[in-house]
Design a protein around this ligand. Structure first.
Ligand SMILES: Cc1cc2nc3c(=O)[nH]c(=O)nc-3n(C[C@H](O)[C@H](O)[C@H](O)COP(=O)(O)O)c2cc1C
Length: 174
């Protein structure tokens, strides 16, 4: 079913409809991790991750201002982007749920900056926060990549509110 286009500027935007429209843009899925001031691991599922610049290497992601994890990301000034594989859907669900100890039983080890790096991810980017911008109901973090690693394998995707897997087409990207 095609929804009515929302083009009348005097109309207020329906947030549910907007969310659905934004969901048409498929993304990967990450868990962004850091340490709080007591050196406890903190992590949130985020699909707002994106690359910004190669030289210097800058990435971004955003976190809702009401998140209980926000003070840890602000205080630490560093974060790790853990890009999930197809097998890591349970981790995506776990870190999207406000349970007290999200890391309990989750394999992870300290990265080069000492922050938690989840085991067997498709890619990992260890970042230092370069800029923090308050944008509406989210905080936008821009981070400089200080270390990274990756491995081949099927990445986890998220599109139209559902988890998905990629099917590569035999077409050039250009
Ligand atoms: C696939 C997926 C992507 C998400 N992306 C984001 C995101 O980019 N930013 C955000 O603030 N919340 C995002 N969420 C919601 C958070 O993961 C969820 O609110 C989680 O509870 C945040 O951790 P907290 O309880 O510490 O705030 C996403 C959830 C899912 C399932």
């Amino acid at each position: 079913m095609i929804n009515k286009p929302q083009i009348n500027p005097s109309q207020t935007i329906d947030p549910r409809d907007l969310r659905q429209a934004l969901g048409a843009f498929g993304t990967g899925v990450t868990v962004v991790t850091t340490l709080d001031t007591a050196s406890r691991p903190v992590g949130v599922t985020a699909n707002s991750f994106n690359s910004v610049s190669l030289d210097p290497p800058i990435v971004l992601w955003s976190l809702r201002t009401s998140s209980p994890s926000l003070p840890a990301f602000d205080a630490c000034g560093r974060f790790v982007i853990n890009v999930l594989t197809l097998e890591q859907v349970p981790l995506s669900r776990r870190f999207a749920t406000p349970v007290p100890d999200k890391f309990n039983g989750v394999p992870h080890e300290p990265g080069q900056q000492g922050l938690p790096v989840l085991t067997d991810c498709a890619a990992v980017f260890e970042c230092r926060t370069e800029q923090r911008l308050e944008v509406g109901d989210h905080i936008l973090y821009l981070g400089r990549v200080e270390a990274f690693h990756h491995r081949p394998g099927p990445a986890l995707l998220f599109c139209q509110g559902r988890y998905a897997q990629s099917v590569c087409l035999e077409l050039d990207a250009t």
